[in-house]
Design a binder for this molecule. Structure first.
Ligand code: XMP
Length: 530
């Protein structure tokens, strides 16, 4: 994967070197919110590997101490780049350590809220900010001596050098974290740096992005090549597909695979939106029977995932080959590209510097698509965070309903039907899920919840219906609130909403006589039941 992208050659770009802090991606988020484009690269990236000239450089925090024998250090070549540099936490210590200052362990680790006093009233970094500032700290080391040429700009009661600068070389360092919301004026400070000091243009808007991205796609694809891509009805694949079709029209071929484990009416609804509303050149591959046939008798969750993933590749490839023959027969260009809706967090995840506290994440995405067709990847959303994709969707006038859709796993409701996936189990799970989401929407709670679904449990319990004893299945409702899906809290429903959901599911879904609500957080539970 190339560490740089062409977008950074089009927009003024702030480069963030990641030393492994858990907050680094937030620096990128805050800067993008200022309308300034930025990219995050591992701190081990050499200057010679970068194909653009950044307007400014930010060194992130890190779980390391600069004096650790295995501590990461920046390629010294960056020092000769005549651009402003800002060190945050470890970044400040890296500046001090390299430039002849002194970094020592604190008597006591400083963690949490703190108040700093800005003593240098002419500081460009703190311009317009009050002399006393609430900030968030998280560090075990601090500056004991300022490097030569630098001055102290701010302090706390325990540390004389909470911020330093060297105006002659435009180098700045702060011990606290401006990127977290616990530093209320942190965005203003970052704005002072990226716009005030680096002079970066604030032109990163989604309407501007669309225009430039369409041009970029046209340049990459050229006048005749064809592109294929899988769509699911989810926000990322739909928006990526819309951009492709705006750029190259029917030379983009979207493929929707009906795997038999999508939600109620999902395949028809997606087809209608993509084809009729968004005018995307779409093929639906009906493969429900194939998928359900292969899932027969399978109860192990990982086996279900494998079967669905592999069958998906098979169906998609065969559809792509069919399209390829068709377009070749018509004398049109060859299929040369595969569209993928990769987002920036996945890119960050794959290129970030992994410090000792690196988060453990399992990857769910299907790999290996079209290896034999030797297609080149095209990823129009690769530089975007999820909220930027949503903003893009709004500019493209895509329905709010789709733009704000909860994520849905590739293996669909197959991993929400515990035990064997049969057509009758699919019908029960689909209906219960439909009612659940419908009531959530009616209660105006859909956007408050990050993800919600109904799981069908492989147990039966006793109930009564009229004067008859029943022995039927259980639906477990799951709803979570989360920012990143790595940790999640269960959602606190008002009781009346739960009551309506439960009563509708039990009355309307045949085969279910009990509904339970899952009150487990992640960790230790996961969001999906399988
Ligand atoms: P867990 O269950 O790991 O889920 O807490 C975190 C997020 O990942 C989604 N998920 C999947 N997505 N294929 C996918 O495309 C999968 O196999 C898969 N398993 C979990 C889950 O829906 C949640 O958003």
């Amino acid at each position: 994967m190339s560490p740089t992208t062409e977008v950074s050659q089009i927009y003024d770009t702030i480069l963030i070197l990641d030393f492994g802090s858990q907050y680094t991606h937030l620096i990128a988020r805050r800067i993008r919110e200022l309308g300034v484009y930025c990219e995050l690269l591992a701190c081990t990236t050499k200057l010679s590997e970068i194909k653009f000239k950044p307007k400014g450089l930010i060194l992130s925090g890190s779980p390391y101490s600069v004096y650790d024998h295995d501590a990461p250090h920046m390629d010294p070549a960056y020092w000769s780049l005549d651009i402003p540099k800002l060190g945050i936490c470890y970044g400040l210590q890296e500046i001090a350590h390299t430039r002849g200052g002194q970094v020592l362990p604190c008597d006591k680790r400083e963690y949490g809220h703190a108040e700093i006093s800005v003593q240098a009233s002419d500081s460009k970094l703190f311009a317009g900010l009050p002399a006393k500032l609430k900030v968030w700290m998280s560090h075990g080391d601090q500056l004991a001596k300022v490097p030569s040429g630098f001055r102290a700009v701010a302090n706390t009661s325990t540390s004389p050098f909470t911020a330093i600068d060297c105006e002659a070389e435009r180098i700045y360092g702060i011990q606290f974290h401006p990127e977290v919301t616990h530093t209320p004026l942190g965005s203003q400070l970052l704005k002072n740096f990226v716009i005030g000091i680096c002079n970066a243009s604030s032109n990163w808007t989604m309407s501007d992005f669309i225009e430039k991205e369409i041009q970029r796609i046209r340049n990459i694809v050229g006048p005749t090549a064809q592109v294929v891509g899988a769509v699911s009805g989810g926000v990322d694949s739909t928006i990526a597909a819309k951009l492709m079709s705006m750029a190259i029209g029917d030379r983009f071929h979207a493929i929707l695979v009906d795997n038999g484990v999508m939600r109620l009416n999902e395949c028809q609804d997606t087809k209608m939106i993509l084809e009729e509303k968004l005018k995307i050149n779409l093929t639906v591959a009906q493969a429900s029977d194939l998928f359900l046939g292969r899932l027969k008798g399978i109860t192990d969750p990982e086996s279900k995932r494998k079967i669905i993933g592999n069958t998906f590749i098979e169906v998609f490839e065969s559809e792509a080959h069919r399209i390829e023959q068709e377009v070749e027969h018509q004398g049109k260009g060859k299929i040369e590209f595969l569209l993928q809706g990769t987002l920036y967090p996945d890119v960050i995840e794959s290129i970030s510097f992994k410090g000792p506290s690196a988060t453990i994440k399992t990857h769910h995405n299907v790999g290996g698509l079209l290896d034999d067709m030797k297609l080149k990847l095209i990823e129009p959303l690769r530089e975007l965070f999820k909220d930027e994709v949503r903003a893009l969707g709004k500019v493209l006038e895509i329905d709010d309903e789709l733009v704000w859709r909860h994520p849905f796993p590739g293996p669909g409701i197959a991993i929400r039907i515990l035990g064997e996936v049969t057509p009758s189990q699919v019908a029960i799970a689909r209906q219960a899920d439909y009612i659940y989401i419908d009531e959530i929407k009616k209660a105006g709670l859909y956007r408050k919840i990050s993800q919600a679904y109904a799981a069908l449990l492989p147990v039966r319990s006793v109930g009564v219906m009229g004067d008859k004893r029943t022995y039927e299945q259980v639906i477990a409702l799951r709803a979570v609130e989360t920012r990143d899906f790595m940790t999640a809290d269960w959602f606190e429903f008002p009781y009346d909403v739960l009551k309506r959901i439960s009563s509708r599911i039990i009355n309307e879904v045949q085969g279910v006589n009990r509904v339970v609500y899952d009150v487990s957080s992640k960790p230790p539970a996961t969001i999906e039941w399988e």
